[in-house]
Design a protein around this ligand. Structure first.
Ligand code: ATP
Length: 257
């Protein structure tokens, strides 16, 4: 799905927490949404999902339709948002949680035109072995995997992920991002791990205090001066010996001599 952020912004608590973002995440690719805590990443994902109306500018899809003008059911079929926190107490099995992703497709009689979608999503997210487990009994990492499966069951054209690697071990982080990168679906993922973003994203957007500080290919954007300016950290940028992607080597600032 083509996606354009056209000067989008909104206030929360009287403050512009997303303030005039212009960006075009490349269609069919993984875009990393970066920035320090409180920079506005979650708020921007909610604006892109059409869950929050913009107070200025807009989020345009395809031929320029504002996302919040899409009919609710169509929006739910085409855009999946995986939010950061998920409640742990619902008395559902994993399969039932993943089936929630199919609600936008159900007919008036509650039948799903593609019953196999849940199984495909469970397999893709490597959560099929958990299918009959109680949701409330899962670990944080297992829960994250199941939430990914729920988003995939929705078969969205635009996938929005808020810190999808949270709670995942390193192997699961790498396989999840490789999987999402190779989906061919326009995906925007808020990420805190800059090295994962550098390794897997085609494009990154760096937010700072609600503004867009930089956008582009990770190799062009993730430079020492940008990291100093936005995150207040010192780093050297190396080149990955196998992939040629940037590797960020953080270091402590020099102390007084
Ligand atoms: N409902 C709200 N009312 C007032 N302020 C809010 C509200 N929700 C978020 N904020 C503020 O908006 C700013 C941006 O929050 P947001 O959650 O979008 O940041 P973030 O970049 O996702 O942060 P993090 O990396 O910590 O998850 C923060 O300063 C936050 O405190």
């Amino acid at each position: 799905m083509d996606l354009t952020l056209d000067g989008v912004g909104t206030r929360l608590g009287g403050r512009w927490v997303v303030d005039g973002i212009d960006a075009t995440p490349p269609a069919g690719h993984l875009t990393g949404l970066l920035g320090p805590n409180g920079a506005g990443k979650t708020t921007l994902l909610r604006l892109i999902a059409g869950l929050l109306p913009p107070e200025k500018g807009g989020v345009l899809v395809e031929d320029g339709t504002p996302v919040h003008h899409l009919p609710r059911k169509g929006r739910a079929q085409r855009i999946a948002l995986l939010e950061q926190e998920s409640t742990s107490t619902v008395p559902l099995t994993v399969r039932e949680v993943v089936s929630l992703g199919r609600i936008p497709y159900r007919s008036l009689w509650g039948t799903d035109p593609d019953e196999a979608a849940v199984d495909r999503a469970l397999v893709s997210a490597r959560a099929d072995h958990l299918a009959e487990r109680a949701w409330s009994s899962l670990s944080g990492g297992e829960r994250q995997r199941v939430q990914i499966a729920r988003a995939l069951a929705q078969e969205p054209e635009l996938l929005l992920l808020d810190e999808p690697t949270n709670h995942l071990d390193v192997s699961a982080q790498l396989s999840l991002l490789a999987f999402v990168r190779d989906l061919g679906t326009t995906t925007v993922a808020a990420l805190h791990d800059l090295n994962l973003a550098a390794a897997f994203c085609e494009h990154v957007l760096v937010l700072s205090d609600g503004h867009l500080a930089a956008a582009g290919h990770p190799a062009d954007v993730l430079r020492p001066d940008l990291l100093r300016e936005v995150y207040g950290v010192e780093a050297d940028i190396l080149v990955h010996p196998r992939t040629g992607r940037p590797v960020i080597a953080f270091h402590e600032p020099a102390g007084p001599s």
